[in-house]
Design a protein. Sequence first.
Length: 160
Amino acid sequence: MKSRLWLLLIVAACERSGVTAAPSQPLPYSHRTHVAFGLTCRDCHRNPDPGDRMEFPLTTKCMSCHATVAQDKLAIQKLAAFNKAKEPVPWMRVFALPAGVYWNHRSHLEASITCESCHGAVTQMDVMENRTNVTTMAGCLDCHRQTKAGTGCEFCHEGK
């Protein structure tokens, strides 16, 4: 009974903090490894109109290197199969906004907010996970106060 109570307390604390366990992904991917080769966030993640989301890279982008790099690894063979079938890798979301919250990556990028400000030390991660409170109201308000951005409801909630 005690262990179950502790588990519930830990889950509740994580929900308040916004930190969540890393979801199981269809392929292993290490940001740390790819950054070591000189890649940046924007090399792989585009921000198409209207700017609310960053895209996952197309498999053709990945295969521009992996056609010759580590092609003997099972994960790269799976990546090549997605590419051959012209299917995107079905990545599981790590960061998810609560219902009713509006978010625009472009406005934050234009304000010179770095990816690390919200997503944490991704460049040091071998497994992508949410280690920040970026998807909580407290996290957003803390950042907006620190950067002297607006904190009215209308900044994040449509129709308010």
